[in-house]
Design a protein around this ligand. Structure first.
Ligand code: NAD
Length: 247
């Protein structure tokens, strides 16, 4: 691995993104955390906190739902090195039962969670295939596997992530580019920490391993899949959910 081997994590300054960036840096990659351009101030504060903790990621702006911004992001990254690892992690929710779901709530979730994966991956697929190495990891969700009340948009997008994963895995396998998805279960990020204790307890009671997941649980799965020894694993969906959904 050289200092110009890059790993790009979309939505890299978020809860899971931060743990994934740190794991990829530990694996020897020069990591770039992508963030939405509207969030520059918080991205810069995030960068300071990473540096204070001894990490050294780069930051790169782009709205993943905008193809031309993703093209621009790829052009900027090309001046720093070659993206060998791509983690499509950026995601949003706009929850509502379908009875009340407005077209903008549907579209926003599809555009970021599913469209974003196309917009970003499209930029790096040819260079990875030409180089004869690549690791693409798409962050899906247990709710894309089993459906979730109030999340028709999110569940549809996250189920679509795995269809995309399998199709692209077939297109790239002969060039040593693997494409896999990870489906996290209930992970202890800011969103989850705001859930009142009684509800939280009930959720934990339904998780066979008896605890919520930690961001590091997802980052460990990413580390496993990006490792050169994982070259025979492609097109899978790896559930990391404490046993909450098995099939
Ligand atoms: P998070 O909100 O902390 O992180 C998501 C990040 O994506 C944020 O930094 C956000 O700014 C960024 N983002 C959103 N829209 C963007 C856009 N258009 N362009 C660029 N960046 C954008 O949430 P998280 O919990 O860390 O989630 C990370 C991923 O994991 C998401 O795809 C989410 O759906 C998935 N996931 C999370 C959980 C969980 O329990 N936390 C469970 C299953 C799946």
């Amino acid at each position: 691995m050289t200092s110009s081997d890059l790993a790009l994590v979309t939505g890299g300054t978020g809860g899971l993104g931060t743990a994934i960036c740190r794991a990829l840096e530990a694996a020897g990659y020069a990591v770039f955390a992508n963030y939405h351009p509207a969030e520059q101030a918080s991205a810069l504060a995030w960068l300071d906190s990473q540096k204070a903790d001894g990490f050294n990621p780069g930051l790169i702006a782009a709205d993943v739902s905008d193809y031309s911004q993703c093209e621009q992001m790829a052009a900027e990254l090309a001046t720093a090195g070659s993206v060998r690892v791509l983690v499509n992690n950026a995601g949003i929710v706009r929850d509502s039962t379908l009875k009340k779901m407005e077209p903008h709530q549907w579209q926003a979730v599809i555009d970021v969670n599913l469209g974003g994966m196309y917009n970003v991956t499209r930029q790096f697929i040819t260079p990875m295939m030409d180089a004869g190495f690549g690791r693409i990891i798409n962050i899906s969700s247990v709710n894309g596997q089993r459906g979730q009340f109030g999340q028709a948009n999110y569940s549809a997008a996250k189920a679509g992530v795995h269809g995309f994963t399998m199709a692209v895995a077939r297109e790239t396998a002969s060039k040593q580019v693997t494409v896999n998805s990870i489906s996290p279960g209930f992970i202890d990020t800011e969103m989850v920490q705001t859930i009142p204790e009684p509800q939280r307890r009930e959720i934990i009671n339904n998780i066979p391993v008896g605890r919520v997941g930690q961001p590091a649980d997802i980052a460990n799965a990413v580390s496993f899949l990006v490792h050169p020894d994982s070259s025979y694993i492609t097109g899978i969906n790896l559930p990391v959910n404490g046993g909450v959904f098995m099939h």
